[in-house]
Design a protein around this ligand. Structure first.
Ligand code: G3P
Ligand code: MG
Length: 246
């Protein structure tokens, strides 16, 4: 993996445009961001789409569980109007649509595989098969992450050459074992619980540390001082202005 840029747009640029939409990725690129994170999940009929929540309600005009909605329904939903009328008509992108745009914009990406009651390995298989097909080898390899160890293990089998990160709220006690077994590149934790000692230990063991979701420049500066390699932020444009994109 090329070194991951230190500023990663969390779901694109979600304070400037509706999260996890093509508009959000375009905005991140326009603001000089080099890498975006997005969430991937499956519809009921197992199409991989870009979406964060279990339920459709907050970030679309749909209702109920994404996992119980067919793609035929999901494709009709508006994923922008909730954010503002200027974004009415934004779609919930398919993984293919998202990757095509990211390629055209020259953005690197981190694909998070959402946890989804028992379908984690299936999501990894479907999403990574599509991504490996759409994403040319010549481009920087994406980072594949999940809170689900099952999904990360599946990613190791399906896309062994693509770097992997394990997401966590608090650093797991057995992080060294997990990092070895899953052959991780990075450990990606909530910045609220990370400590300087943890960052030093993880980096000292040869893994990258990434922190989410960091929206205060002063906090970002402290984390970078500790050695954190990259932050996920809702204000990537502002962070790029302060810290540079890469
Ligand atoms: O990957 C960092 C972050 O996206 C993890 O949490 O809930 O925003 O997907 P969440
Ligand atoms: Mg995420």
């Amino acid at each position: 993996m090329e070194r991951i840029p230190r500023i990663i747009g969390h779901r694109g640029s979600p304070r400037a445009a509706p999260e996890n939409t093509l508009a959000s990725f375009r905005r991140a690129a326009a603001d000089g961001v080099k890498c975006v994170e997005f969430d991937s999940a499956l519809t009921a009929d197992r199409r991989a789409v870009i979406f964060h929540d279990d339920e459709l309600d907050r970030t679309s005009d749909g209702a109920g569980l994404l996992a119980e909605a067919t793609f035929e329904t999901v494709v009709t939903l508006d994923a922008g109007n909730w954010f503002g009328p200027a974004f009415a008509g934004e779609i919930i992108p398919t993984l293919e649509e998202a990757l095509e745009l990211l390629g055209a914009l020259g953005l690197q990406f981190n694909m998070e595989l959402k946890t989804d009651q028992g379908r984690e390995a299936e999501l990894a298989r479907i999403a990574l098969t599509i991504a490996m097909d759409c994403w040319p080898d010549a481009r920087p390899a994406p980072l594949v992450t999940s809170f689900s160890q099952t999904a990360v293990a599946a990613a190791k089998d399906i896309a062994p050459k693509w770097p992997r990160g394990l997401l966590f709220d608090r650093l797991p006690e057995d992080w060294t074992g997990l990092a070895k077994t899953l052959e991780l590149k990075s450990l990606n934790g909530s910045h609220q619980h990370l400590t300087r000692e943890q960052v030093m230990a993880v980096r000292g063991a040869g893994y990258a540390v990434m922190a989410y979701t960091v929206n205060e420049p002063a906090r970002a500066e402290l984390l970078f001082d500790w050695g954190v390699d990259a932050i996920f932020t809702d204000i990537p444009g502002e962070m790029v202005k302060i810290f540079g994109a890469s």
